[in-house]
Design a protein around this ligand. Structure first.
Ligand code: GLN
Length: 245
């Protein structure tokens, strides 16, 4: 059910993190190790978002990561000190289009959702009622993940701190749509926030590198698994893991 990853640290080529490790995101697109809740491969598109001079740049494609002929060169020649990437296994009934691929975001933020919202879209009608209509007309794609981004962005625009916005959104979606799987991932290029609700997540925080990933991409001993039902907040100097409200 989709796999995602966020990196903060020294400048590194995208290829070094996303393509080269033994159990890279590229490999996870056809051979993921810890899929929960259905799905066997992540072949319904992918996306990468990174920061250039403080601004988020995104590259999303509706094809399997392994079939993008331009990716190897792009990833080799793009260096960044903060990025997010995701590979997608579309939920039944949701379209396979570029704009349904994470990361979602804008100039400052990158966001990904691994999971599905039970009873979507009806179950989120109450939460969406408070959103300015123009934000709903301009939604990226008719998917649960795109709507979660619109709901989260609204909270961020209101000045709610990112960890609090992610935590409150997760709690409210779980109340409105019980049984949803909501592994959310958010970065602004200097901090990263994540939830675990129904899917796997691991963290590597060492030597000036922070990585949060659905699956460790290298030696498992370097990574710490985050239990279910947690909110993680991390930056270069520290990280915290708390129970979701
Ligand atoms: N439900 C989302 C989508 O279809 C995310 C899918 C997933 O995590 N497998 O895009």
């Amino acid at each position: 059910m989709c796999r995602h990853l966020a990196y903060l640290g020294p400048r590194v080529s995208l290829a070094r993190v996303l393509l080269e490790p033994e159990h890279s995101l590229l490999r996870q697109s056809w051979a993921p190790a810890d899929m929960r809740g259905g799905g066997t491969i992540n072949a319904d598109g992918f996306g990468i978002g990174w920061y250039h001079q403080g601004r988020a740049v995104r590259y999303r494609r509706p094809c399997p990561m392994w079939s993008d002929t331009g990716l190897a060169a792009l990833a080799d020649t793009t260096v960044a000190c903060a990025f997010m990437a995701a590979i997608r296994s579309a939920t039944v009934g949701m379209p396979v289009v570029e704009t349904a691929c994470a990361p979602f975001g804008d100039d400052t933020w990158l966001f990904s959702h691994n999971g599905r919202v039970t009873g979507w879209p009806g179950s989120l009608a109450g939460l969406a009622a408070g959103i300015p209509p123009v934000d709903l007309y301009t939604i990226d794609a008719p998917t649960d993940s795109a709507l979660l981004w619109v709901l989260l962005r609204d909270r961020l625009r209101k000045g709610i701190p990112p960890g609090e916005a992610l935590g409150s959104l997760t709690a409210e979606v779980l109340a409105a749509a019980p049984g949803s799987r909501l592994n959310l991932l958010l970065t602004d290029g200097t901090g990263v926030w994540a939830t675990t609700a129904g899917h796997s997540l691991s963290i590597l925080h060492r030597g000036g590198v922070v990585m949060l990933a659905s699956e460790p991409h290298g030696r498992r001993g370097d990574w710490t698994a985050v239990p279910d039902g947690r909110l993680v907040a991390a930056d270069m100097s520290m990280y915290t893991v708390e129970a979701l409200a």
